[in-house]
Design a protein around this ligand. Sequence first.
Ligand code: ATP
Ligand code: MG
Length: 360
Amino acid sequence: MTTIAPGGRIGILGDGQLGRMMAMAAAEMGYFVHVFGPGKDSPAAQVSHRSTVADYTDKAALDAFARSVDVITLEFENIPTETLTYLSERVPVRPNARVLEITQDRYFEKIFISNLGIGTANFANVENIDELVQAISHIGTPSILKTRRLGYDGKGQARIDQASAIDPIWEEMQGAPSILEEFVKFRMEISVIVARGVDGETACYCPVENRHKNHILATTLAPADISKRLSSRAEEIAVEIATKIDLIGLLAVEMFVTEDDTILVNELAPRPHNSGHWTIEACAANQFRQIIRAVCGLPLASPVRHANAVMTNLLGNDIADWPKILQDPDNSLHLYGKGEPRDGRKMGHVTKLLPLNKKP
Ligand code: ATP
Ligand code: MG
């Protein structure tokens, strides 16, 4: 079935804060959400109609999940592709397994992007120390070694400053297939979130600037302070990738803007993204409503922004500041219902709206 009308049942793979905000948007539109993930009392399960706590490889649980929903989407790209293939034999899965196959692996992802003629940092596949030596001789230093799979928030990455002294760095990767990337001297990090519907229609939120602390997103400023030309180019790149990868749903495209105003794509995420949380307050239709519309085969909403915004993540003990945050009447506070505020754990975020004529 192409269109899932309101009242239908949406399955979400993954049970974190992105699933939580998707589930709330789906409920606002009259859908019933069934969330599937490994965690008990998860942020998403707390606000969903149904939840299944099971491993992504549990076939019996996946069968029951597939029977209970009309369409499946995800909040997390590291679901085994076999799981997606298995589910898609039973019910539409949007985005599809191939999108995940590409975006789960930094090497496949970069090959895919550069085959479209879109710029990335120079990169090379590295599977052993000899290949690392080879790669450094091509790419030079400084450079960054990243595991191909399962990295997030800068985990599984090491900076290489000298071609010597690489043994301990390779040791740290524990033999995991990796890529070596040229270190980009960017002047700004931006991202574009694009939605693509069942019929190929696309809609982009404006490019935003992302500032990181300790490799974790700290703040998003909407819009990014870049020229019209760069902004259009960034959107064009996002639409091109979403179209060529045959996405249904949302795709976040993280990019570097270099000193000479070249855009290089860093990373893709085929799901709602932390750098799109500002859309909840600042856009007529936020990223979570938009993905629900896309995966249900509904027409996309306008991504137009009616305010500028600054979104700040609340990591670990930052949430203890909630009373102070609420003192500012322009702040919108979001908390994810997570238990222990471990260091660096995303516990919530706060968005402050600004007038359209005021730079964030
Ligand atoms: P996240 O989950 O936050 O997206 P991640 O672990 O998937 O992060 P990346 O996005 O590749 O990894 O890297 C995290 C951050 O490290 C980037 O946002 C950027 O600030 C920095 N970084 C990554 N690759 C490069 C590079 N080639 N040159 C310069 N800085 C880089
Ligand atoms: Mg990233």
